[in-house]
Design a protein. Structure first.
Length: 81
């Protein structure tokens, strides 16, 4: 059932370095460097990027970690019902 899945979306900003975004994505989502770089690049070039998919509770925790470096992170349902 997809209705119970959520996503974390990050947004580009002018003050957090690309290296810091990659580092915090690895820390928060436990992804590898390549995935973190791709997600950072997508946010930088398109303004936002979905970076994690899981339960609402897990996504909220991931968004909190990402937010510690000043990156805006929102949690939303993966699919609109």
């Amino acid at each position: 059932m997809l209705g119970g899945r959520y996503k974390v979306v990050i947004f580009d900003n002018e003050h957090t370095s690309m290296d810091e975004v990659v580092r915090i994505l690895i820390e928060a989502t436990r992804c590898d460097v390549q995935e973190a770089y791709i997600e950072m690049w997508e946010a930088h070039h398109f303004g936002q990027s979905a970076v994690h998919f899981a339960s609402e509770t897990t996504c909220l925790a991931v968004a909190d970690v990402i937010g510690t470096v000043g990156v805006k992170a929102e949690v939303a349902k993966e699919w609109d019902d």
